[in-house]
Write a protein that binds this ligand. Structure first.
Ligand code: MIC
Ligand code: SF4
Length: 639
């Protein structure tokens, strides 16, 4: 039996375990990336591990999220991050250089390597043939210190692509189609490996759009082979030497298989408020909109921008629409200027934003009240745009550009436009906004700069024999980390200050949550399926831990959030009998009389003291993770 590409790379990086589905494995991490919103905490944790230099092949610290800088806080974080990078042998991508995933793809991603990033869209680099996984900052800190990354061996899904995309149908529509079929929990604990003759019709940035949004399926990661197309991309980036050919064995076996005929796809739209609410554009075309935003780590490559420029050339953005473009990197901007695309786009009325996450994470350009915003981004969770009652629709750059001109959701095929550009054979590949690691002799003298908003990472205490507490909140299915720990311009600057940010936990779901948690001295959260989907932000575990949350009881967990809960000593429990979810209410008092002892067996006794009954729930982890929970989290365990 032959191996899939994913399995080959995992095999060559395997440190512990064997590659059987569901088994706990540990893999060596070659590269890490952090961004500024998760990076400050990750480096505070790295500092506390006490190692004098990163032990990876390459680690990069990006600044792309918190660039609004309405006061000193974000700017202080940037200074801290730069000084840490200099001290510990890390590359530093300065603000303005671009969105971490786009820049990583351009400058650092290498076929066949492993990448761990403190951002859920780290799998973007799978477009170049890497195993690239999103994780909490603490896992990335441990990887920077040379530690392996532990995960349950995912199942590997073959996605067989045949045919060729029709004009005005885009890579975005491929991943939207997968989301339509599989939903936001359809990829949990799975790796999606793309194969088949359709693969060679897609450029690396198009592949990266697909692997990027595999995160919305809940996937561990997604991967494309490294082929002639990859070679051309690396050559155009001046990095041909990083190319190696990689593909699955001809007789490779997979756990599941999905077929997509690219020729049959149509433009798609994900409706509010979930990336899997996908319909064909014909079902909602004509809907009047207020806003169009193009950019984000999903759709901000040069090809995306040249496509938009072709469509808006000579047109003016409709009067009812405000439109904005945030290119993916400084080098994308420079190429787009050189090729005349920025001129066309700006002339049509698009506002040019800096190369950063921006509106994707509610950092500016929030829609008007009840506004309808059409975005090329990857997430449309309620409130994430910064406007609670806005409706966000996710689309391809083609649909976004057509919609900007007409003012209503528009099928770009109906505009009678031609997309006329050819991609250059070499891209601007300057590295002047990347600060290289310092020589060892100079690192020792670097002083770490810590602003007043940078507070130490709080620690948990080891698990006690029994726990008792109140159900502080009961929520439904598909709760995102944006519900648990919102982002946006007001809250993001508090990422390096856990006591302060914890005031906003579940703020949009239940504004009393924080006060209730303090009053009851912590307790439990009850949830439905796919709890914690979305981002990798460990603050969605760290801040609840700070408020005394001891365990979360749900129907099922999203992968990264579950790992983050374990890392901070919050016990992830799942209902054995899903109807037990219905019986529990907020304010019930629960006791787990023998939790510490029962963790080893995996089945926990829970007594509902308010309603007077007993039930059994399952600990949703095993092995080493149980020891981490007993220790009260990974930092205690490592120490
Ligand atoms: C996101 O898209 O939600 C973010 C902001 O990039 C997060 C990281 C964070 O919360 O800092 C992610 O995707 O992991
Ligand atoms: Fe940034 Fe948005 Fe991508 Fe997250 S999803 S990394 S906020 S662009």
């Amino acid at each position: 039996m032959g191996d899939s590409l994913a399995k080959k790379i995992l095999k060559s990086h395997l440190v512990e375990g064997s590659l059987n589905k569901g088994e706990e494995i540990a893999i060596k991490i070659d590269q890490t990336l952090t961004q500024d919103a998760t990076g400050t905490m990750a480096y505070l944790q790295f500092e506390s591990i006490g190692i004098d230099k990163v032990r990876t092949e390459l680690s990069v610290s990006y600044v792309d999220h918190n660039t609004l800088q309405t006061d000193f806080m974000n700017a202080d974080d940037h200074k801290y991050l730069m000084s840490v990078a200099k001290k510990y042998g890390i590359y530093f991508s300065r603000p303005g250089n671009g969105i971490c995933h786009q820049v990583h793809l351009e400058r650092f991603a290498k076929p066949g390597k492993t990448l761990l990033g403190s951002d859920s869209h780290t799998p973007t680099a799978g477009g170049i043939g890497m195993i690239a996984i999103g994780a909490g900052g603490l896992d990335v800190a441990v990887a920077m210190a040379g530690g392996a990354f532990y995960l349950d061996m995912p199942s590997i899904v073959k996605v067989n692509l045949t045919g060729k995309l029709q004009p005005f149908v885009s890579a975005k529509d491929i991943i939207l189609e997968l989301l339509r079929r599989l939903t936001v929990k359809g990829g949990v604990n799975k790796i999606f490996e793309f194969t088949g003759p359709g693969v060679m019709t897609l450029s690396v940035p198009e592949r990266a759009t697909i692997t990027n949004m595999g995160a919305e399926l809940g996937a561990t990661c997604s991967i494309f082979p490294s082929d002639e197309v990859t070679k051309m991309f690396l050559k155009a980036q001046g990095r041909e030497k990083d190319f190696i050919e990689l593909k699955a064995d001809d007789n490779a076996t997979y756990d599941e298989q999905i077929e997509i005929n690219l020729s049959e796809l149509e433009p798609m739209v994900a409706k509010p408020h979930m990336p899997d609410q996908v319909v064909k554009i014909s079902e909602i075309e004509g809907l009047q909109v207020d806003q169009v935003a193009i950019g984000s780590c999903t759709n901000s490559s040069l090809k995306d921008i040249l496509t938009v420029a072709s469509i808006v050339d000579g047109e003016t953005v409709a009067q009812n629409v405000e439109a904005a473009l945030a290119p993916g990197s400084k080098n994308v901007i420079l190429d787009a200027i050189k090729l005349g695309a920025i001129e066309k786009i700006v002339n049509s009325g698009f506002r040019l934003m800096e190369s950063a996450c921006g509106p994707c994470i509610g950092m500016g350009f929030a829609p008007n009240s009840k506004g309808r915003s059409v975005r090329t981004f990857n997430r449309n969770f309620k409130g994430r745009s910064g406007t609670d009652d806005a409706e966000v629709y996710l689309v391809s750059p083609e649909v976004a550009a057509a919609t900007a001109i007409t003012g209503k959701i528009t099928d770009p095929r109906k505009l009678n436009k031609k997309i006329t550009f050819s991609m250059p054979s070499s891209f601007n590949s300057s590295t002047n906004l990347i600060i290289n690691p310092l020589p060892d002799s100079q690192r020792a003298n670097v002083e770490i700069e810590r602003g007043p908003n940078i507070k130490p990472c709080p620690a948990n205490t080891p698990l006690s024999d029994s726990i008792t507490g109140t159900v502080l909140l009961k929520v439904q299915d598909n709760i995102t980390t944006d519900h648990i720990m919102p982002a946006g311009a007001k809250i993001l600057p508090l990422r390096s200050n856990v006591p302060e940010i914890s005031k906003y936990v579940f703020e949009k779901v239940d504004p009393q949550f924080h006060d209730r948690a303090l009053e009851k001295k912590g307790g439990f959260i009850v949830g439905g399926e796919n709890y914690g989907q979305g981002s990798s932000r460990e603050h969605a575990a760290l801040a609840p831990m700070y408020l005394g949350i001891k365990a979360v009881l749900v129907k099922s967990f999203a992968r990264i959030h579950k790992a983050n809960l374990i890392n901070f000593g919050i016990i992830p429990l799942v209902f054995i009998n899903p109807s037990d979810y219905d019986k529990i209410d907020r304010d019930d008092i629960l006791e787990m009389p023998a939790i510490k002892k029962e963790l080893d067996s995996g089945t926990i006794t829970v007594i509902n003291k308010t309603k007077n009954y007993e039930m059994k729930v399952k600990v949703d982890t095993s092995g080493r993770f149980i020891d981490i929970l007993k220790a009260g989290g990974l930092l205690n365990f490592v120490r």
